[in-house]
Unconditional design. Structure first.
Length: 294
């Protein structure tokens, strides 16, 4: 049985840990509110931009020849992996890493065996995980969550689009967590480039409307296509940020509850140990008294 000093030390340690997890939960809750506001405001804009692109492309009389639509034989692959910069958020990062490895195994196994799969890491945890596994990892935007803004994500999207247009990569996929609620995140593994040749969403039919394009339909679509890709990447980063805070809030809440249960057990052990020590002392006193009496 542990001594009273050891049990007291463990109680103090667990109590300190519980205070830290409580504070981290409160911080995550505050950050989650801001992250939710950001993604709630962006979702309607991103959806409307997609509808606009679908409508304009459906009404256009001629197809737009964009290098971002070019379909090539897939030799070189880039996978954008959106994780967090810090841990203590449950299985948030682990699930993304597993989903990415599964994507590589199922879709790009041949390219991976030839060393032609590279990782574009947004978030330090993903960069560290795939570096350990021997992948070529681009780490220029791993600290993007430090000052999260559209400008920084836009730069990352422009760099990716340029590399694809120059033929450095033949396919680009995007893996991230979509925020549903505090306890639930949905993993998405979407094709980012080349963009689909058909912009129509679902069963949207070509509208019977005579549009007047100013400037030309080619110029409008040439502007909308890159903008939609930038917004898509920005949305995935915001979704991941909100998901991270929700996962961290849930993880810290569970940690706080576990610490409380552990404190109950330790206090019970402490009381039993203390009672045993007192009983032992009483027995020693009684035994000594009996010895003197005899």
């Amino acid at each position: 049985m542990a001594s009273l000093k050891e049990v007291r030390s463990r109680i103090v340690s667990v109590n300190s840990t519980q205070q830290i997890t409580k504070a981290m939960k409160m911080v995550a809750a505050a950050k989650l509110r801001r992250a939710q506001d950001g993604i709630t405001q962006l979702r309607p804009y991103a959806q409307k931009l997609g509808e606009m692109l679908s409508t304009v492309s459906a009404a256009a009389e001629s197809a737009v020849d964009s290098p971002l639509k070019t379909v090539r034989a897939v030799n070189k692959v880039l996978i954008i992996v959106v994780t967090s910069d810090r841990g203590l958020c449950g299985a948030f990062n682990t699930n993304i890493i597993k989903a990415t490895l599964q994507l590589i195994e199922q879709k790009y196994a041949f390219q991976a065996r030839n060393g032609n799969v590279e990782i574009f890491a947004i978030g330090k945890k993903g960069a560290e995980a795939f570096s350990r596994r021997g992948f070529v990892v681009h780490t220029g935007y791993t600290d993007i969550f430090t000052r999260l803004s559209f400008v920084s994500v836009k730069q990352a999207a422009e760099e990716i689009m340029k590399d694809f247009s120059d033929g450095r990569y033949d396919a680009v996929d995007l893996v991230y967590n979509e925020f549903k609620n505090v306890a639930t995140q949905i993993i998405h593994a979407d094709q980012y480039l080349p963009i689909p040749t058909d912009y129509k969403v679902g069963k949207t039919k070509k509208l019977e409307v005579n549009y007047i394009f100013e400037p030309s339909e080619v110029e409008i679509l040439a502007e909308l296509i890159p903008k939609s890709l930038k917004i898509k990447l920005y949305r995935s980063v915001l979704e991941s940020n909100a998901s991270e805070q929700g996962a961290r809030m849930t993880a810290m809440e569970k940690a706080t509850e576990n610490a409380q249960e552990l404190l109950k057990e330790l206090r019970l052990i402490y009381n039993r140990t203390r009672q045993a020590a007192i009983t032992k002392e009483i027995l020693e006193i009684v035994g000594g008294a009996e010895a003197l009496k005899n």
